[in-house]
Each structure stands twice: as structure tokens, then as C-alpha cells.
Design a binder for this molecule. Structure first.
Ligand code: NAP
Length: 278
């Protein structure tokens, strides 16, 4: 991926030069994507942080469009609630995968890969959505334990889980891996500490995975930056903000469906801002 893919210039509105086989889909098209009924039929998609916020809405939406959704999260009661919501509208039976990414080991993730292979038999996509904010404080004062915790949840576990699940994703006809970034990851900002650095690392990881796989596999790796969205995390980061001034996860979810649907086959190494600033 060329360097300019990460920068929100007008050039970025079209796929970068490195992706010569990328279909002509602009970031604006992705933001405005309207999924068609059944566009995720037959796909199995794992969503991390599926119990709340954007992850919950992504899981419900993937199920509405026909996917079997694997719900990974740390709070079982929240996963059960999402499970029941999917059942209530007649979605394909989901699976719950309780896992706290902070303490999860690589061996546990490999076990998960075995479990999915045995019980489900396929994996077409992962939405790496789980995340934590950590402290908003100068790096000089950043608690080093919290720094490690944020990096583990937002970045290292994302790498570990991707690597552990790659055998299944490579077996899929067109595996899609979606990471979640943030504006402070694309442009690191003072006082955003480990959160900003973890998101910058996620963008770098997506770029490297893209370079390493684009000539030899059908896998596609991309990053979504949802932009300011009405969730608990946003409320913690901006306590004085009126939440009603923000888009909801439902408002922006089309882009999340795009990257799991066959419409995004061949789209690689992109960082798509779903709510670009003027
Ligand atoms: P949220 O409402 O706080 O949801 C975060 C989700 O991650 C929750 O389901 C949470 O589980 C899960 N999670 C946190 N720590 C975890 C752990 N150790 N193990 C497993 N799951 C864990 O946040 P959100 O706003 O929906 O954020 C979703 C993603 O979008 C994040 O990656 C965030 O950085 C990114 N993002 C959000 C915004 C925004 O404005 N909302 C902007 C830019 C980027 P529990 O509910 O069980 O705690």
C-alpha cells in the first residue's frame, strides 16, 4: 500500500496505486453502501466486542443480511443478549465465544481456531472491533501497566487472533479481515496515549498483512475508522458532548457490511473513514 492511502487527501478517495486490481470503488461509495438482502448469505463472520456499541450493531446487521455470526466478547451476559436478539428476528443461529482479550493467550486462540473448524467448518471474515480507551493523559505520566493493557486489547490480541485464525480464513474463497482504527491512529494526537499508538499500530499491521498476502492469496485486509459515534466509549472520551449530535452505529454500519460482502473482493489495504471531516 502506498503511503498516501493513510492520509485523507482527495487522492485517497480512490484506491491507491499499489492495488492495481482493485475495482473502481471510492471511499465515498463505501460510506454510502446500501447492502442488498442476503448479501452475506453463506458467510461466517467473527465479531470481537460483539456485546456492545458498534460491535453489537455490526453483529446484528451481519446476521440480518444472512451471515452466521460468531460473537466474541468479555461479558457473557451481553453476548447472550445479542444472541437472543439474532434469534428473535430469525437470523442464523449465532455462537458465543466468551474471551477477555486482555488476558487471552495464543494457545486459547488456537483452541478457538480448532473449535470453529470443528463446529462451524468455515470462517469468511473477522471484524476486529473490541477496544478500550485507557487514559487520556500525557505520555510522560501514562501508567505503564495501563499502557500494556491498552496495547494488548487494541493491538497485540488483534495480531494474535488474526494469526491464529489465518488457516481458516485462507481456506475461505475470499477471506476478509477488518481492523478498527480511529482518527487519532491515523493522526496521533497529544494526550491520547496508548489508544492512539495502538490504533496507529493496527493501521500498520493491516498494511503489512496486505503487502504480505496480496500476491499470493485472496485475503483482503482493511481498516475502518468509524468516526465519532454514539457509544459508551465515545461518552467516556468526550463527557461534555451531546450524544444526540453524533451518528449512531446503525447510521454508519453500511461500510461494515461492504467489507464483509463480495462487493469488496479485491479491495485491499484501505483505511476508510466513515465520517470524514470537511
Ligand atoms: P464500546 O461501546 O466501548 O464497545 C467496545 C466493545 O469492546 C465492548 O463490546 C467491550 O466489551 C469490548 N471489549 C473491551 N475490552 C475488551 C476485552 N478486554 N476483551 C474483549 N472485549 C472487550 O466502544 P465502541 O465505540 O463501540 O468502539 C468499537 C470500536 O470502534 C473500538 O475499537 C473503538 O476504538 C473504535 N472507535 C470508536 C469510535 C467512537 O466514536 N465510538 C471512534 C473511533 C474508533 P464489554 O461491553 O463487555 O466491555
Amino acid at each position: 500500500m502506498s503511503d498516501n492511502t493513510n492520509k485523507p487527501t482527495s487522492q485517497q478517495e480512490m484506491p491507491s496505486a499499489a492495488q492495481t486490481t482493485v475495482p473502481a470503488v471510492s471511499h465515498e461509495d463505501i460510506r454510502n453502501f446500501i447492502p442488498s438482502d442476503g448479501c452475506l448469505d453463506g458467510k461466517t463472520i467473527l465479531v470481537t466486542g460483539a456485546g456492545d456499541g458498534i460491535g453489537r450493531i455490526a453483529a446484528l446487521t451481519y446476521a440480518r443480511y444472512g451471515a452466521t455470526v460468531l460473537l466474541l466478547g468479555r461479558t457473557s451476559s451481553k453476548l447472550e443478549y445479542v444472541y437472543d436478539e439474532i434469534e428473535s428476528f430469525g437470523g442464523k443461529q449465532p455462537a458465543m465465544l466468551p474471551m477477555n482479550l486482555e488476558g487471552a493467550t495464543y494457545a486459547e486462540m488456537q483452541k478457538l481456531e480448532n473449535l470453529i473448524a470443528k463446529e462451524v467448518g468455515q470462517l469468511d471474515g473477522i471484524l476486529h472491533n473490541a477496544g478500550m480507551l485507557g487514559a487520556l493523559t500525557p505520555l510522560e505520566m501514562y501508567d505503564v501497566d495501563m499502557f500494556a493493557q491498552v496495547m494488548k486489547v487494541n493491538f497485540t490480541s488483534t495480531f494474535m487472533l488474526t494469526q491464529a485464525l489465518l488457516p481458516l480464513l485462507k481456506d475461505a474463497p475470499n477471506g476478509s479481515i477488518v481492523f478498527t482504527s480511529s482518527s487519532v491512529g491515523t493522526h496521533p494526537r497529544a494526550f491520547w496515549g496508548a489508544y492512539a499508538l495502538s490504533k496507529q499500530a493496527v493501521e500498520g499491521m493491516s498494511d503489512i498483512f496486505t503487502q504480505e498476502t496480496q500476491n499470493t492469496t485472496n485475503l483482503r485486509f482493511n481498516c475502518i475508522n468509524p468516526g465519532g459515534t454514539r457509544t459508551n466509549m465515545r461518552a467516556h472520551a468526550f463527557p461534555g458532548e451531546n450524544p444526540m449530535s453524533l451518528k449512531t452505529p446503525e447510521d454508519i454500519i453500511g461500510g461494515y457490511v461492504f467489507f464483509m460482502s463480495d462487493e469488496s473482493i479485491g479491495v485491499r489495504g484501505q483505511v476508510v473513514e466513515l465520517q470524514p471531516k470537511d
